[in-house]
Write a protein that binds this ligand. Sequence first.
Ligand code: PMP
Length: 394
Amino acid sequence: MLAQRTGMFKSSGTAAARAAVKAAADAGKEIIDLTAGEIWSDLAPTIRDGAVEAIRKGVNRYTDTVGLAELREALARKVSRETGEVWQTDEIAVTSGAKQALFDASMVLINPGDQVIIPAPYWTTFPAQVQFAGGTPVHIDTRANSYVPSIADIERAVTSLTCAIVINTPNNPTGAVYDADTLRGIARLAIERNFWIIFDECYADFTYDGQAHHPIVSLVPEVRSRTIIINAFSKSLALTGWRIGYMAAPKDVISAVKALQSHTTSNPNVIAQHAVLRHLKEGDGAYEAQLRRQLVTARQVGLSALSGLHTVAKPKADGGFYFYLDLADILPAGSGKTADDIVNLLLAEAGVAGVSGTAFGDPTGLRLSYGIPPALLEAGLGRLVQCLNNQPRI
Ligand code: PMP
């Protein structure tokens, strides 16, 4: 018999989508995979050199549980630059990816029975981690508001049990970028109603068409004492497999995270830490600029392919590297059909894989990643447009 707790976690929806792609490919179908939450790219030279040098030097020991002091110092400088506030080393914890930083945050902030507001559609791991900590996710539907929650809706969702809100901007899966006024409103509410802000800015580097990412602390410095900044190099340096993320938060939060990590994973991989440290010290921004150019091109290629859609509205795709489609117009009400059915249809008839919004708390959404080579993207979206245009609009 497994523990009751296991009932709380199904494997994540995005992992299920990847499994479906593999099954179709194993069955001999040629599939264009638009499910990836990562960017196709070479390694940054600074990352490669930093890792190779650490190996050459024979680096092999544990580091401080929450990361090398020098790396934490470099991260404190990075967060200071980004927020316009001064951050100290003891306000930074290095983690095994943003996922661990988020997990740690749930574990050290949430009491059983606490409520955590999570705007929907949401990245599938947010509610799962809140539940592990004994908390209750409270969702706000953002679909009618271009995927950005209205302050009135958030205000209505706040209760005496509200412990935190999870803000993810630029957003996975929707690509929405929260505007400064909304973030100021969230900060004001958090102060007035006394709750934490878990601020996931993993996609901060990727905004388009004049949109800008706003770190919430840079807009409202007073909110700093109740904000947990979550970030990682997984997306910004296309480094998903290396597992380096971090948290910037008040000292007592970091101390609790350090104790938690000391009993769970200990320090993140030491070679990866040295690699990121090298990049922070010596990176000149060229790699990031090239990654951005790559995504700008892919987004343009993708949007132009999607401009052929007749049955479904074109996505805005302000940030991140996802196109998010609302399929409501081709899902007959009362038919019980969801985006899952369209995802299966696309896989079977067009040989294209996307992630159903049901994984993100949105049964009418479809996420398509454009972090893949442009030629593949163009071919995949071309097939998708043809297939969706054959669906009757209702
Ligand atoms: N936050 C968001 C919004 C994400 O999309 C992801 C990865 N898909 C993560 C956190 C986790 O990132 P990491 O790989 O650094 O754990």
